[in-house]
Design a protein around this ligand. Structure first.
Ligand code: TRP
Ligand code: ZN
Length: 532
């Protein structure tokens, strides 16, 4: 590992501290304060140097070390080879970015692995490792607005993140025959240097080399056929649409694959590990059918292909990897396929800026499960809502889902009470406004980012109603709401005959093995007519 001379480091640190205290103002004596400003603007060299250092975090207060400040990535080109026998990953990541301010130093996120060298626009750059940060010092100052490419050559054995508060194990997970790569919330840094936070999206090229006989999968579409030479096969995948880092994958191993199109003509790709061979056609067919159905409900599918992958590493969970949801060691039921594919609109195309807004992903994808159940003639969304509302002891009542907690991000409430919030909203504004809202949401924020405030504002604008209390009740308040509220009773169909249901038993995690399947009910109410 190389590093820049200690003297340079020192002066940057000292000047950085000086600039920092000056800009805070608070540490200056009263006499030095400008009365009106409250903060003194730094001037001179100290200030410009401080401005020129990219922050080690992108500014998510719940995950202060995640992502980085000072630049915006537009494209990752990952040229990687992996050998399962010795768990060795090696390659080059080329990261194209634009400087958001002058940069004399900036960070990438990378955990473990050995960095062999860093080039910036072809010139060697100095670098240091510090925890999960790769600190890079460009050979010359990069100017604000300048585009630059950082090329990191690295190798080693990737170590997944083990975090019991966030669904156990994630990131690059070595398996007996390859790897299962599922990275939410911040596991991309276990296999490539990145700005590892959902608020920085980029397009991706993957050039993945694996021992002949294995298949390497990534997001997007294959660019040409795989090429085999000297016992190794290289797969080129390209994701042309912006993608957050946690959705990137390079799952590899022994896979049977099926390629084709959905009924509506969208390219469709399925893959199964040998243990799930019998599921290949079913995953292919259902992924196509469900993607097509969602495009009639949520609006045009945002990406260039769809699909699904079952690997044999048992996580019990699935991840909505862009264009290729991955199911970890179980046969996915329709409900979870519907969930992961709904994420392509909610979470993947429209992404969160901050993790606290995670219900915008999980509440919506869970609500999609309810819509799918209803579409299939099983329980209606109304029945599932009513059933969940009647669960007085549910942990969701003590966890308001509108602000996901960093130490328990994927709490059941973010899923189920998030979905309930949407159903309560649907009851209040009616089916026509509700489904128009969903479609407008995905259209207005396609390939970008949005916040809970954005959603509330759009819901109010489209419905012409003040919805503060409704969102406050469902997203931000402790306790089980009294619902329907006075005045809403007429609009609720909760006590309609036939609304009796048998719900799946609550489980600690939303996608644990299902313990019960929703039971069909006679003549379910069908609101389809007004879904336009
Ligand atoms: N987003 C996934 C879902 O709800 C859950 C999830 C989060 C996950 N992090 C993960 C799954 C890591 C696998 C690995 O569908
Ligand atoms: Zn989900």
């Amino acid at each position: 590992m190389r590093s820049w001379p200690a003297a340079t480091t020192m002066s940057i640190t000292v000047l950085g501290l000086l600039a920092c205290s000056a800009s805070n103002g608070a540490s200056l004596s009263q006499g030095q304060r400008t009365p009106a400003a409250g903060a003194v603007r730094p001037t001179g060299d100290a200030a410009s140097l401080k401005e020129a250092v990219g922050a080690p975090g992108i500014g998510d207060p719940d995950f202060p070390a995640d992502g980085n400040g000072g630049y915006d990535v537009s494209h990752y080109s990952l040229k990687l080879s992996y050998t399962p026998a010795n768990k060795h990953l090696a390659g080059v990541a080329a990261i194209s970015a634009t400087a958001l301010h002058d940069l004399v130093r900036f960070n990438l996120d990378l955990s473990g692995l050995h960095v062999d060298g860093v080039l910036i626009d072809g010139e060697p750059a100095e670098f240091q490792r510090s925890g999960s940060e790769l600190v890079v010092k460009p050979p010359r100052r990069i100017g604000k607005g300048e585009k630059f490419t950082t090329r990191v050559t690295y190798s080693g054995t990737p170590k997944p993140v083990r975090d019991s508060s966030n669904l156990g194990i994630y990131g690059f997970v070595p398996t007996s025959d390859g790897a299962f790569v599922v990275c939410e919330p911040n596991g991309a840094k276990t296999w490539f240097p990145s700005n590892d936070h959902p608020s920085d999206k980029a397009t991706f090229d993957f050039e993945l080399t694996v021992p002949e006989g294995l298949t390497a999968l990534a997001n997007g579409e294959l660019v040409g056929g795989p090429v085999t030479a000297e016992g190794k096969t290289t797969f080129l995948w390209r994701e042309r649409h912006p993608m957050v880092t946690y959705l990137a994958t390079m799952t590899l191993g022994e896979f049977a694959t099926r390629t084709g199109t959905t009924d509506r003509g969208l390219p469709n790709f399925a893959a199964t590990a040998p243990r799930f061979d019998g599921q290949l056609d079913r995953v292919f067919r259902l992924s196509g059918e469900i993607t097509d159905y969602w495009s009639t409900i949520f609006g045009p599918y945002p990406f260039s292909s769809t699909g699904g992958v079952i690997d044999d590493f048992h996580t019990g969970y699935a991840l909505e990897n862009q264009t290729k949801p991955m199911y970890g060691g179980f046969i996915p039921d329709e409900s979870i396929i519907a969930h992961e594919l709904a994420h392509q609109w909610f979470g993947n195309s429209v992404s969160i800026k901050r993790w606290k807004d995670l219900w915008l992903n999980e509440g919506f994808a869970t609500y999609a499960e309810w819509l799918w159940s209803e579409h299939r003639g099983l329980l209606t969304a109304e029945q599932i809502f009513t059933g969940r509302l009647s669960m007085v002891d549910s942990p969701v009542w003590s966890y308001p889902p509108g602000r996901a907690k960093p130490d328990d991000l994927f709490h059941e409430s973010v899923y189920n009470r998030g979905a309930m919030a949407l159903h309560a909203l649907r009851q209040r504004i009616g089916d026509a406004a509700f489904f128009t809202l969903l479609r407008t949401w995905v259209r207005d924020h396609a390939y970008g980012h949005a916040t809970t405030d954005d959603f509330v504002a759009l819901a109010e604008r489209l419905s012409g109603k003040n919805l503060d209390r409704l969102f406050d009740t469902w997203l931000f308040k402790q306790g089980r709401p009294r619902w329907p509220e006075r005045g809403d009773a007429a609009r609720s169909r909760a006590d309609r005959p036939g609304a009796r249901i048998t719900l799946p038993a609550p489980h600690a995690h939303p996608h644990g093995p299902r313990t019960a399947v929703p039971q069909p009910v006679s003549s379910p109410p069908r609101p389809e007519a007004s879904r336009t």
